[in-house]
Every structure is written in structure tokens, then in C-alpha cells.
Design a protein around this ligand. Structure first.
Ligand SMILES: [Zn+2]
Ligand SMILES: [Zn+2]
Length: 336
């Protein structure tokens, strides 16, 4: 239970939620611990539903009970719970931009999330998880995979043969490396942590750069690749890393912002104009992306095992938060 910013999450007994009409109760099998959870805990970002609220939005589970008229899933089905539930009716939803629906609700933000034994969500939003995918690993598809997928494929529109820089190889960035490599791009991964860069290489990066040991990053990139990259995916969100990502672009390049922080960043407008740069935001993913990413994982084109680097029980959730604070590993999953 999240009770107040700056306080550790507490394990509390709550009433088992009952599914209403059209809803399913899902017994949680695993829930990934994301940087967004840390924003609520440490950085004063407010949850849409004021505390107390259960956090967690990367959920896999088993359908445990169905409310009246709930369709499309059966009790016992293994499912993925999307991080965000769009309204399905507004202009954005009806034009395929459900991820920016102004009425969307997010697990662990607008409603109780997955650091719990059960969650209740509309049955129609659940995504089938095939038996080949371990649900403990598969929970991270809900955000840590689908968010970079949407960024790489739909927003940055990375094409075969392009050069892509991924700035920040945490839980989201490392998977941007996987998707950009999978899209046929040549990827350079940029991070301060050599272990993360090593994993980025394992997952398809052709080159890596550690800014702490690279004097002039732009010069180093030009040494590698002439005039820079076609696409820079920024997965940190700080003004400094946004500026760094921008500096890697060649003429006509696209900067895709996936990382979040509340601080505004400054970009040189004359360069955007003269060199025809594009600056593109990317938020989460659309409902239609879930089955596609599930399938890419099932086919083994995207790997889960290397990027799930910790498993803790609900009672040990403070460990998951600390790992993220210290930048250790990629994703820790919480098992109720
Ligand atoms: Zn998240
Ligand atoms: Zn909507």
C-alpha cells in the first residue's frame, strides 16, 4: 500500500476485490517494478487516485473470477493486464490513438494496481498470454516491452538499415535496443553503466558508448558513423540526456522522447529548423500492440530472461525499489 510520498510501501490486508459487471478478477502472478512507481514514492509525482493506493502496472496473472456479463476470457486463463485502460469511445480511441486517451485509467495510478494478490479490471481489456511464455517473466510485456515497441515502431518509425542511438539502457531503454535491432537498424547503446552496455551488446547493439569515459560523444559518434544517427531514442528524461540524445542526430534525424521527468528541457530551435530534425513524443502503447509484442516474445525474437534481473516477494518489495534507485539490473518483478 502506498500511503504517502517518502514512505516505504507497506504490506496490509485488504478486502479481496469483487469483479463488477463486465469485470474480471485476476490473481496476480507477477508485477514488474517500474520507474513510474519510484516517481510516486520518491519524486513527489502524484497518483491520480490519492493514496492509499496499491501501485504496480506491469501485471500478469490468472483469471480468478468473472463479473456478470464478462466475456472473452475464462476462469483459469493466463493473461496480461495492460498498464493503461483507454475509454474506448473518445475521438482518440476511435482513431487508433488510445494511448493518449484523455479518459484513460492506469493501474496503480487511477485504480489499485498489481503489487497485490488480486486486481480487478474490465475483462475486455485482458490479453491472452500463451503457455510458452513464463508469466513471471511475461509481466514486463505490459510496459517495459510495449512502451519501447510503440516508440521504435510507431513513433520513431525505425526502418531497416537506419542507425539508432538509444540513450539510457534501463528497463525501457534496453528493450528499445532489442526492438530497434529487430527492426533491422544498427544500434549504438549509450549508458553510464558498463554492465548495461554489455547486455545491450548481447541483445543486438552494434556499438556502445559510456559518456563517463568518452570525451566528446558527438565526435566519437562521428568517428563510428560519419555524421550521426537517423534516430535517437531518449529513455531517461533528464534535460542533460535529452540534449545528449539530440547531439547524436545527423541531418534530418528524429529524436524520440520516451523517458519522463518533470523538468523542462531546452532544444536549439535553429538546428531543428535548418537540419530538419523531428522531435517526437511517445507514451505507452496502444491496445493493438499487446498481441503483437506477445507474439514477438513467443517467437523468441525478443528476450525476457536477460532483462528480468530480480524476483522478490511482496514482503520484500523495498528491495525492488532500492535496486531501481541504485540502477542495479533492469527489471525486478514482484511475486505475491
Ligand atoms: Zn511503467
Ligand atoms: Zn478514449
Amino acid at each position: 500500500m502506498f500511503r504517502a510520498p517518502g514512505q516505504a510501501l507497506r504490506v496490509e490486508d485488504v478486502r479481496t476485490p469483487e469483479p463488477g459487471a463486465g469485470e474480471a478478477r485476476v490473481a496476480v502472478l507477477a508485477c514488474g517494478f517500474c520507474h513510474t512507481d519510484l516517481h510516486y514514492l520518491d519524486h513527489g509525482v502524484a497518483t491520480a487516485k490519492p493514496p492509499p493506493i496499491v501501485l504496480g502496472h506491469e501485471i500478469s496473472g490468472r483469471v480468478d473470477a468473472l463479473g456478470q456479463g464478462a466475456e472473452g476470457v475464462d476462469v483459469g486463463d493466463r493473461v496480461l493486464v495492460p498498464a493503461v485502460l483507454p475509454c474506448g469511445r473518445c475521438e482518440y480511441c476511435r482513431t487508433g490513438r488510445e494511448n493518449i486517451c484523455p479518459k484513460m485509467r492506469m493501474l496503480g495510478n487511477h485504480l489499485d494496481g498489481g503489487f497485490a494478490e488480486f486486481v480487478v479490471v474490465p475483462a475486455k481489456d485482458l490479453v491472452a498470454l500463451p503457455s510458452e511464455i513464463d508469466p513471471v517473466l511475461g509481466c514486463i510485456i505490459s510496459d517495459a516491452l510495449t512502451t519501447p515497441y510503440h516508440a521504435v515502431v510507431h513513433r520513431a518509425r525505425v526502418r531497416e538499415g537506419e542507425r539508432v542511438a538509444v540513450v539510457g539502457c534501463g528497463g525501457v531503454g534496453i528493450n528499445a535496443v532489442q526492438f530497434a535491432h529487430g527492426a533491422g537498424a544498427e544500434v549504438v547503446a549509450i549508458d553510464l553503466n558498463d554492465e548495461k552496455l554489455e547486455m545491450a551488446r548481447r541483445l543486438g547493439a552494434a556499438a556502445t558508448l559510456n559518456p563517463s569515459r568518452t570525451g566528446d560523444l558527438g565526435k566519437e559518434l562521428r568517428r563510428l558513423w560519419g555524421d550521426g544517427v537517423d534516430v535517437a531514442i531518449e529513455a531517461v528524461g533528464s534535460p542533460a540526456t535529452i540534449a545528449l540524445a539530440f547531439s547524436t542526430l545527423r541531418r534530418g534525424g528524429r529524436l524520440c522522447l520516451v523517458g519522463y521527468s518533470s523538468a523542462p528541457a531546452v532544444l536549439p530551435a535553429p538546428r531543428v529548423m535548418f537540419l530538419e530534425y523531428s522531435v517526437i513524443g511517445s507514451l505507452g502503447c496502444r491496445p493493438g500492440d499487446y498481441p503483437r509484442v506477445v507474439e514477438l516474445v513467443r517467437q523468441g525474437r525478443i528476450q525476457l530472461e536477460p532483462v528480468v534481473t530480480g524476483r522478490v516477494r511482496l514482503e520484500e518489495i523495498a528491495i525492488a525499489a532500492d535496486r531501481l534507485r541504485q540502477g542495479t539490473g533492469f527489471r525486478t518483478v514482484v511475486l505475491p
